[in-house]
Design a protein around this ligand. Structure first.
Ligand code: GLA
Length: 429
């Protein structure tokens, strides 16, 4: 329909519609040809309405097949920081396969900061000597059925003081595509120095927007689908404009650390952001710390559960080659991952808070709800889930996800004891 209308722009729309309907279709020569004109006309109106509203946002977004669910994978920063090198990446890719994480849905192996070397005489970036051959590394990661991510900054320098992309966006995008990169984390870092030089906050904001758009366009012109992860620590309410500057995900906060206090501040601080996320564009409360050793198992369970209810990217940040069975079990729990990766892509939010007891819920594609009953206190506490407050009427069926146990039909409420800093995750329908 669209192409036949576009071929002759001077044909009035009514005639164009009629000619569409006179094509060899089941409508032809039947009394329904009049209906066809109406159907096509209405469809056209909807098409243009969609362009004028949400549709224009969709057109500005990345390839919709990219990050249609929150990206899952691994990132080097939380555990290895500047110690990451080619061998580390290969070992993590191997471990992602051997541990069963790949089969559970983890896909991206992301190199964070400190891979960058010098630019050559014409301005193309080269990796430093920790990464002798980036293309060969990408081939290796791809051969495992995984994808490779990389990191840069719109500023002149990255946060760790390495070469950023400022003034070389097109060259860098071309280089990433040539290497076979599938994901870019683009971290503000030293661009904030340029932003501080401007007279007003609006000017500073514009510098940042322009910089992200520049990289978005450069990546698009390579023709390679590359997930774009914006990292600017959640400033200027990035969730409102992250999609428009090409982000598939955007950090909503400063850096996470491997402590319950920091993880829970960030995680529970996501309340109210749900409406800004959806397929192809996600709020990112930062990478996982599960398995890094600074939290106990209940705290890591809270971390994993909250991130799943938040439809957050699940980027493991531990050393996958030395995981305990408990860590592997936390990271690969299929039912928790199914909540995170639910196709509807509707981020969950806080429903109630009674002091340190918080109940969060997320609506899933099958109309069930994932419910997290969190205890932020340092001692066990009982909590009561009121199914009516979650929108249910009458009898519900309830499954305890971490215990992998059907609790059977229930009515009105469920009272459960939640461990210190822990969680009970229910799937209710
Ligand atoms: C910033 C980011 C981190 C990490 C470091 C690397 O702090 O927020 O996630 O990428 O830079 O230098």
């Amino acid at each position: 329909m669209k192409s036949s209308i576009q071929r002759d722009r001077k044909v009035p729309i009514g005639i164009a519609l009629r000619s569409v309907c006179s094509l060899q279709t089941p409508f032809r020569h039947s009394a329904q040809s009049y209906d066809c004109v109406h159907v096509v006309f209405i469809a056209t109106i909807f098409f243009f309405l969609a362009l004028g509203s949400g549709g224009s946002r969709l057109l500005r977004a990345q390839d919709p097949t990219v990050a249609s669910t929150p990206p899952m994978g691994w990132n080097s920063w939380n555990h290895f920081a500047e110690r990451v090198d080619d061998q580390t990446i290969r070992a993590q890719a191997d471990a992602m396969v051997a541990s069963g994480m790949r089969d559970a849905g983890y896909t991206y192996i992301n190199i964070d900061d400190t891979w960058e070397g010098e630019r050559d005489a014409v301005g193309y970036i080269h990796p430093n000597n920790k990464f002798p051959d980036m293309k060969a590394l990408a081939d290796y990661v791809h051969s495992k059925g995984l994808k490779l991510g990389i990191y840069s900054s719109p500023g002149a320098k990255t946060c760790a003081g390495f070469e950023g992309s400022l003034g070389h966006e097109k060259q860098d995008a071309e280089t990433y595509a040539k290497w076979g990169i599938d994901y870019l984390k683009y971290d503000l870092c030293s661009l904030s120095t340029e932003m501080r030089k401007t007279p007003t906050p609006e000017d500073a904001h514009q510098i940042m927007i322009d910089a992200y758009i520049k990289m978005r366009d450069a990546l698009r012109s390579t023709g390679r689908p590359i997930v774009v992860s914006l990292c600017q620590y959640g400033d200027d309410a990035v969730w409102r404009w992250g999609l428009d500057v090409g982000g598939n995900l955007w950090r909503t906060t400063g850096d996470i650390s491997d402590h319950y206090a920091r993880m829970s501040d960030i995680g529970f601080g996501q309340a109210g952001l749900a409406r800004f996320a959806g397929p192809g564009h996600w709020n990112d409360p930062d990478m996982l710390e599960v398995g890094n050793g600074g939290m106990n198992i209940e705290e890591y369970r809270t971390h994993m559960s909250l991130w799943a209810i938040l439809a957050a990217p699940l980027l493991a940040g531990n050393d996958l080659s030395i995981m305990t069975p408990e860590t592997t079990a936390l990271l690969t729990n299929r039912e928790v991952i199914a909540i995170d990766q639910d196709k509807l892509g509707k981020q969950g939010d806080r429903v109630t808070a009674e002091g340190p007891i918080e109940i969060w819920a997320r609506t899933l594609a099958d109309h069930s709800k994932a419910v997290g009953v969190f205890n932020r206190h340092e001692a066990p506490l009982s909590a009561t889930v009121d199914f009516r407050a979650l929108g249910f009427r009458g009898t519900v069926t309830v499954r305890d996800i971490w215990h992998a146990k059907d609790l059977g039909p229930m009515k009105d409420t469920y009272t459960v004891t939640v461990p210190p800093h822990g969680v009970v995750v229910l799937r209710v329908r």
